[in-house]
Write a protein that binds this ligand. Structure first.
Ligand code: BGC
Length: 491
């Protein structure tokens, strides 16, 4: 046991506390670069695809594989990240993610053939899987409880920022069709990311899990700025670790309530992808050129979608703890359903001319704004909030896997299905998925705003209907409520 004296009797030095917060912010910020890499690597393909398609002689089917191979890698990577981050630490998993990003970037930017390009995208994907599992987990474990939800939501914002930057750089490089530069330039932030992962300390929770108590205490003291607080937090971490000894699978067998939240997590993540956002983010230039936009106009419009995505994610962060999750999700699914239905109608009517062009872009922007205020952030937030501690790792890993696999499926078949059922057919199908997402939200999604994670856990274990698991327990009214989501770790 660490001894808390001599500080125990006096208030911690405010200057030390400030320094501790600054350290935590710095380390979380360094891990947040993983989100930037995630956004850059997934976003860059939209602008590069058309040009590489010509150079590498990639037809629609090959282009689908180029886009979707990253998701397949990420699905595998998010499962593989569980043992890697368990045995090598979250910091280790982020470091390996950086190396994979570098390898993938080199293969993609020098790719002489479609096969090498696909291999490079798979490596990038495994890196994304590692990063998307370990970075939010690291941030959650290094940040103070009161700031954790916000820091992890900001991580989601950084992802959209990475996507936007990739789209912007694509737009600028599109004039010469320099697709190898579009991909290769990502080596620069990747090197910064790798360096950053070597500078941050291991997460205190992971060190405690390894029995490296002394080091865990040292890191906690650095990020809390107080020896006493570090000791208290380490004690809490160790108590918590004792509670989570049983396996997630055992809980899945024994608790019908957990089975329901487990399935809800998977449904939310699947429908987030079926909503169609990535079809737009990856294929928008392709769709717009199909509608007679020039190549440059198409790439710039896609950048506009990236901007709308990031701005609306910012709005969602402001509203999520005020309005609550349900109103945001329901409004968002409605906006997405209506905008995609109208978009399909425009395509069905073969609308043309400048009015139709403006309408096309407006509807796509409205869809993106709708997605980013609810369908985007809520599944990540909710998947962490509704799962009981013992099953959280398993449930999040499975729902994240479902997210990437659905992402892979939908981006893999998009162009082929569009050639069979027509462009309007595919957007009406997506509109239907969004309508089903609305129904899932209406009938199954609980309101978890203002309810402590402990209360949610008790409700789940008491097998309350899903809609009611976010209700505070009557006997715990006096307890302080935790209003922020624990986090949005992918996996
Ligand atoms: C989704 C990603 C998507 C991104 C767009 C995330 O919540 O999981 O698949 O590309 O939102 O902002």
């Amino acid at each position: 046991m660490e001894t808390a004296a001599p500080e125990a009797s006096c208030q911690p030095d405010p200057e030390n506390l400030r320094q501790g917060r600054q350290n935590a912010f710095l380390f979380a910020g360094a891990a947040g670069l993983a989100g930037l890499m995630f956004g850059l690597d997934t976003g860059v393909i939209a602008g590069a695809l058309k040009f590489m398609g010509v150079d590498l002689h990639a037809d629609d089917r090959a282009q689908e594989w180029i886009v979707s191979s990253l998701m397949l890698g990420a699905a595998g990577g998010s499962l593989l990240a569980i043992p890697v981050s368990k045995y090598r630490g979250r910091r280790g998993a982020m470091f390996y993610a950086g190396l994979l990003f570098l390898l993938g970037t080199a293969l993609c930017s020098f790719a002489p053939s479609i096969a090498v390009m696909i291999a490079g995208r798979v490596f990038l994907g495994i890196g994304v899987g590692f990063a998307s599992f370990s970075a939010p987990l690291y941030i959650a474990e290094i940040t103070e409880k009161s700031r954790r939800g916000k820091m992890i939501s900001i991580y989601q914002l950084v992802i959209t920022g990475g996507m936007l930057l990739a789209l912007l750089s694509d737009s600028l490089l599109s004039y010469g069709g320099h697709w190898r530069w579009m991909l290769g330039i990502l080596a620069v932030p990747t090197v910064f990311f790798i360096l950053a992962t070597t500078q941050v300390p291991y997460s205190p929770r992971w060190l405690a899990m390894q029995g490296r108590r002394h080091e865990a205490h040292g890191v906690l003291q650095k990020v809390r700025g107080s020896r006493q607080r570090a000791t208290e937090e380490l004690n809490r971490i160790e108590q918590n670790l004792k509670k989570t000894r049983g396996s997630g699978l055992a809980l899945l067998k024994s608790s019908p309530g957990f089975r329901k939240t487990f399935i809800l997590g998977i449904l939310l993540q699947m429908f987030q992808q079926l909503a169609g956002i990535n079809i737009l983010l990856y294929y928008a230039p392709h769709i717009l050129e199909h509608l007679h936009f020039s190549a440059q106009a198409a790439v710039w419009c896609t950048t506009l979608l990236g901007l709308a995505n990031m701005a609306a994610t910012g709005v969602a962060i402001l509203l999520i703890d005020r309005w609550g999750r349900r109103p945001l999700l329901l409004t968002s699914t409605l906006i997405a359903t209506i905008s995609l239905t109208l978009f399909g109608l425009l395509l069905y009517m073969h609308a043309s001319g400048s009015f139709a062009s403006i309408a096309v872009v407006t509807l796509l922007v409205i869809f993106t704004l709708g997605f980013a205020t609810g369908e985007g952030p809520i599944p990540w937030t909710m998947c962490t909030e509704i799962q009981p501690l013992q099953g959280r790792g398993l449930a999040i890993a499975c729902s994240t896997f479902a997210n990437w696999i659905t992402n892979w499926l939908i981006s893999n078949v998009f162009l082929s299905v569009m050639s069979v059922i027509g462009d309007f057919g595919i957007f009406w199908t997506l509109a239907c998925f969004n309508a089903v997402f609305f129904l899932i939200g209406y009938f199954l999604v609980p309101e978890t705003k203002g309810c402590s994670l402990e209360d949610i856990e008790q409700n789940v274990k008491a097998n309350l209907p899903l809609r009611d698991i976010g209700q505070p327990r009557p006997s715990t009214d006096a307890r302080p409520q935790q209003t922020m989501p624990l986090g949005m770790q992918k996996g």
